[in-house]
Design a protein around this ligand. Structure first.
Ligand code: PRT
Ligand code: ZN
Length: 283
């Protein structure tokens, strides 16, 4: 049995549970329980505030955890990042009132900066050789300049909408963040095996992101051209059709070039083209 710490509510909760569901791990949702067992996989979820997840994993209260990289970096804990998960993307940036003139990082010398991420901010300022005062506040950082608590803020930005609606502009980005899977430093062999199984499944799901599975009928004499258009994971799958002179061709295609490929394939005689979304891809 392995235990994973998940955010009990908030931005990462839903997508963490979705990712687990995609890898065949359904954990009871909704019910506000601290601990919940999964079906069909020896894992249990421990629901915590995201602030508490890094230390819970460091101390082995949970073996694994899903948390924002920003939270992990801020807590400077001994847990290790084992995998980046690609959701919960955001950045940690410095922002100032929009009317202020900004000519470079030197602007922050002697300024007061409000943030909930003092550790990351301090490191960033030291690297840039800036001497500023850090005002640590737990929340509502974006209102600090308006109420005279600070001249600037250092906070999470995603769309940038919150900054705009508070009359602020983003001027420097210190780090990019996304949800990460973290693990306790010394996992017992039995738990390490479960983690490996979990990673194997996560990678199978990730491989399909941005990919489409395409099937079509094509005159056999045009197959060589078609396979040139569709370089698959290995080579495309080709099956003979009952109708003579025709074949069925299957391949995995990057979604970004899907329409372009379809047009090229139609031009060489492909018919009955079917596009599907793959769910898992195991190599
Ligand atoms: O209750 P608990 O302590 O568990 O949750 P929390 O309130 O501390 O965190 P939560 O749920 O808000 O965020 C969890 C994690 O999601 C963060 O640590 C980030 O890793 C990630 N994340 C991704 C974000 C955002 N995007 C985000 N936009 N976290 C916060 N925001 C906030 C930001 O603070 C700002 O107020 O959204 C606002 C900015 O959004 P835009 O789109 O207007 O720029
Ligand atoms: Zn939090």
């Amino acid at each position: 049995m392995i235990r994973i710490a998940l955010q009990s509510k908030g931005r990462l909760n839903e997508e963490s549970l979705e990712l687990l569901a995609e890898v065949g791990i359904d954990i009871e949702r909704g019910k506000r329980r601290l601990l919940a067992r999964a079906e069909l996989f020896p894992i249990e979820a421990l629901y915590l505030r995201d602030d508490d997840i890094p230390h819970a994993v460091e101390r082995g209260v949970a073996d694994l955890g899903i948390v924002g990289l920003n939270e992990y970096e801020e807590r400077r804990c001994g847990a290790t990042v084992v995998h980046k998960l690609g959701f919960g993307r955001c950045r940690l940036s410095l922002a100032i009132p929009k009317g202020e003139e900004y000519e470079g990082i030197g602007y922050f010398n002697g300024k007061r900066i409000a943030t909930s991420y003092p550790v990351i901010l301090r490191k960033f300022l030291e690297e840039k050789n800036i001497k500023a005062e850090i005002e640590e506040i737990a929340g509502s950082v974006e209102i600090a300049p308006a109420v005279g608590m600070a001249e600037a803020i250092f906070d999470i930005v995603s769309s940038g909408g919150t900054l705009v609606s508070n009359g602020l502009k983003e001027v420097e980005t210190a780090m990019h963040s996304e949800a990460v899977l973290i693990a306790t430093p010394r996992l017992e062999p039995e738990k390490q095996a479960l983690l490996n199984q979990l990673l194997f499944r996560i990678e199978a799901v990730e491989r399909t992101r941005g990919k489409k599975y395409i099937l079509m009928n094509i005159p056999t004499e045009r197959l060589a051209e078609a396979t040139g258009i569709l370089p698959g994971i290995k080579s495309p799958t080709i099956l003979p059709l009952a109708e003579r002179g025709w074949s069925s061709l299957h391949a995995v295609v990057d979604e970004r070039v899907l329409w372009e490929k379809i047009e090229q394939l139609k031009a060489i005689g492909a018919e009955d083209i079917l596009v599907l979304t793959p769910e898992k891809m195991i190599l």
